[in-house]
Ligand binder design. Structure first.
Ligand code: NOJ
Length: 736
């Protein structure tokens, strides 16, 4: 009986793919060349633009002729239905695919992806993507251009806000969680949308942190550091990939056959389709890689870019290229088939309007459980950087609080850069002011002073801010970047607080009142004076719809902060790129200060302001009885690492126990440490838990200069701790 069931199940899992392939082939046989090319053409709607605008007055006519296969920047039942109805007037009635940047929430906005990464909470991250997927699917959206899985070591790059930070291991786990979240039970389930791993590849290493810039890196770094999150996304079943604006070692990613054909569709056997980034096919002319747009179209399709977002090069040139035999029919067919397959998998041929259901939209859009999830992950995303005099948590009784700063009453800023704005958002978004107000108990009061704007030289509000501070017991001060200072095309050469905000901090500290500083940003900022002089600092990013509630939860101790930095925070911009898993060099900074011939700066230490993995709690944790099961292992044996973590403070709290590894000597030099495992433990005051990690040789492997992926025997240092700097270390010999 059991065998029979297994057989029946196996059949039913395999059957749909085979059936879909047959349906794709038979549809393809009916299509004209123009209709095939149409499937590869993606244009933006005229309602939203997320790139340079090109005029195209006849989009409706193009849809009706089957000349457009997908639209981006369309959402809502009304709009998606309207456009799908035009597609149903085309000869073959092939449904349109609707894609949108659903990056950190849809109707309910969640914290920025980088902020969510600071939670190190994979379940919560998956849940956030799941909710975004459900809400978007109910509004006619089939496909999100997320997750961005680019590793980045450069906070000048404004897009760091959209990723998971600098670490490959953490980034790979988060990539997987997000893909699983968006795609839920799988394509075909009405509540799932297609994920898109982007930007393939290495976009996060744009030179100088300048968006759209070139990338030049060793193949080894590409394979070891930048590709694994993409591989994780592909393994998790990401339906699509997006290529990137950058050239990689001289070849634009969009025209890069090595990336798209050899690695992605070859070695990784990726069955989905690749969409270009906005206009990136045509941009190969500016790169100086294609002589003209026709050549760009040829190069892109040959390199494996299946869908053309917004450049129109495929639409305008593929037909002629085929006639001239410059591209093969099989290349066109392969791209079309990949796209049609996804339309079949989504069930759009059964019902092109299955994502357009206004009742479902209304129901999904007003779920208290979604707001609750947004609040929970927002509380987990904040990182406590300093709490010197234990000013936090604040009592909520008998306290006078001055709320000062340009973001106290911010509304839309909390949505961050990539968010969809709804007309009634302002009533849904919880400000810091409202969040604090809701918590205030007996005998407490609140005063407000804006102090200054974000980004000008006006200090006229300082006097009022000082008055507010002086009549209060504590100052809660908000500073930072506006939401649109990090994101696409938002590179900054200076990471300082804009305008006169640092002066405002100084003015508040000068009042002598205890100051709690909340910093909002989409990237690591440089705030040295505050780091040295303000006793309590909470990094609050942009936290989404429930921001104010979440911040108040943390300020008053209803949630004990547990976030850990997913990127290294530099002391100043001169240290960038800065990341924890660097090589040692031949001249590491010396302990003996008489040796000046070392790899260092003469004007500041190498160490960062705050290291990767760092974040405090209202309680404290100690690491005890750290042990390795063996000091000498052979071959495929397993190493067991145990450590007892104790809550030595007064509050219950969560600690993220991190395990780092160093391979002391390698065929190619190895990083000073690399994150290999982590686990989160929740402990009551006085409670101890044993955390057990297992390491195998799979955790030791890396790419050498010949791109062999192997582990080598030798001495390994195993480190555990609550961040990448403060670790306990033990060593072992691992032999073949
Ligand atoms: C350009 C961005 O690089 C990409 O991430 C985004 O998905 C597209 N524009 C569409 O908005």
């Amino acid at each position: 009986m059991l065998c029979m069931n297994t057989f029946v199940q196996a059949q039913s899992v395999l059957a749909p793919a085979a059936i879909i392939d047959r349906r794709v082939d038979s549809l393809l046989s009916l299509m004209t060349i123009d209709e095939k090319i149409g499937q590869l053409n993606q244009l933006t709607s005229d309602w939203i633009f997320t790139g340079p605008i090109k005029n195209d007055n006849d989009k409706v006519a193009q849809i009706k002729k089957g000349m457009i296969g997908s639209m981006l920047n369309v959402s809502g039942v009304k709009h998606t239905r309207e456009l799908q109805e035009y597609a149903m007037q085309s000869r073959l009635k092939i449904p349109l695919l609707f894609g949108l940047d659903v990056i950190h929430g849809f109707r309910t906005t969640f914290p920025l992806p980088l902020a969510e990464a600071a939670s190190w909470d994979l379940e919560a991250i998956e849940k956030s993507a799941r909710i975004a997927g459900k809400e978007a699917a109910a509004a006619g959206v089939h496909w999100t251009f997320a997750p961005m899985v680019d590793i980045s070591r450069d906070p000048r790059w404004g897009r760091v806000m959209e990723g998971a930070g600098e670490d490959t291991y953490l980034g790979s786990l988060i990539a997987k969680a997000r893909v699983k979240g968006f795609q839920g039970k799988g394509l075909g389930d009405k509540e799932s949308i297609m994920a898109c791993a982007k930007h393939f590849a290495a976009y996060g290493a744009a030179i100088g942190g300048r968006d759209y810039n070139s990338v030049d890196m060793s193949m080894r770094t590409l394979w070891d550091t930048y590709l694994p999150p993409f591989k994780a996304a592909a393994d998790a079943g990401a339906a699509t990939f997006m290529n990137s604006f950058n050239d990689l070692n001289g070849i634009p990613a969009t025209g890069n056959s090595y990336l798209q054909r050899d690695i992605l569709k070859g070695q990784w056997d990726f069955k989905g389709f690749v969409v270009s980034d906005w206009g990136s096919i045509g941009e190969m002319v500016n790169h100086g890689y294609a002589a003209n747009e026709k050549e760009a179209a040829r190069m892109a399709i040959q390199a494996g870019s299946d869908m053309d977002m917004e450049s129109r090069c495929y639409r305008d040139h593929l037909y002629q290229l085929l006639k001239e035999n410059k591209i093969q029919h099989s290349q066109l067919d392969d791209a079309v088939k990949r796209i049609l397959r996804k339309k079949f998998e989504l069930g759009l041929f059964e019902d092109p309007f299955r994502y357009c259901d206004s009742q479902r939209q209304d129901a999904q859009w007003n779920r208290a459980s979604h707001l609750q999830a947004a609040r929970e992950i927002a509380t987990r995303s904040m990182v406590l950087l300093k709490n010197e005099k234990q000013i936090l948590p604040l009592p909520n009784h008998n306290i006078k609080i001055a709320c000062v700063g340009p973001f106290v009453k911010s509304v839309r800023d909390h949505l961050g850069f990539w968010s969809i704005e709804w007309p009634d958002d302002s009533s849904r978004i919880v400000t810091l002011w409202d969040g604090i107000n809701r918590k205030l108990g007996k005998g407490s009061s609140l005063v407000y002073a804006k102090g200054c704007h974000t980004n000008d030289a006006d200090t006229s509000g300082f006097a009022e801010a000082k008055r507010a501070a002086l009549q209060s017991d504590v100052v809660v001060l908000t500073v930072g970047e506006e939401r649109n200072m990090s994101g696409e095309s938002k590179s900054r050469s200076s990471l300082r607080l804009p305008g006169v905000q640092e002066q405002l901090i100084k003015a508040m500290v000068a009042t002598g009142k205890p100051v709690v500083l909340l910093i909002h940003a989409g990237r690591p900022l440089v705030f040295s004076w505050a780091a040295d002089h303000v006793p309590s600092i909470l990094y609050a990013w942009w936290l989404g719809t429930e921001a104010g509630n979440a911040m108040a939860d943390v300020l008053f101790g209803d949630y004990n902060p547990s976030g850990k930095l997913p990127m290294t925070f530099p002391r100043n911009e001169g240290q960038i790129p800065i990341y924890y898993n660097h090589f040692n060099t031949g001249r590491p900074p010396a302990t003996d200060s008489s040796n000046i011939y070392v790899s260092s700066y003469i004007d500041l230490p190498n160490s960062p302001r705050y290291p990767f993995g760092y974040g405090l709690s209202y309680t404290s944790f100690s690491y005890e009885s750290f042990m390795l099961s063996d000091t000498s292992l052979r071959g495929n044996q397993t190493l067991t690492v145990t450590v007892r973590v104790k809550n030595t403070g007064k509050y219950p709290g969560k600690e993220t126990v991190q395990l780092y590894l160093r391979d002391r000597v390698g065929k190619a030099v190895r990083p000073v440490k690399e994150l290999k495992k982590f686990e989160q433990v929740y402990l009551q005051p006085g409670e101890t838990k044993e955390v057990i990690f297992s390491l195998t040789t799979a955790d030791l492997a890396y790419y050498d200069n010949e791109l062999n992926y192997n582990w080598e025997e030798g001495v390994f240092d195993v480190m555990v701790g609550g961040n990448s700097r403060d670790v306990h270390m033990r060593s072992l010999q691992w032999s073949k």
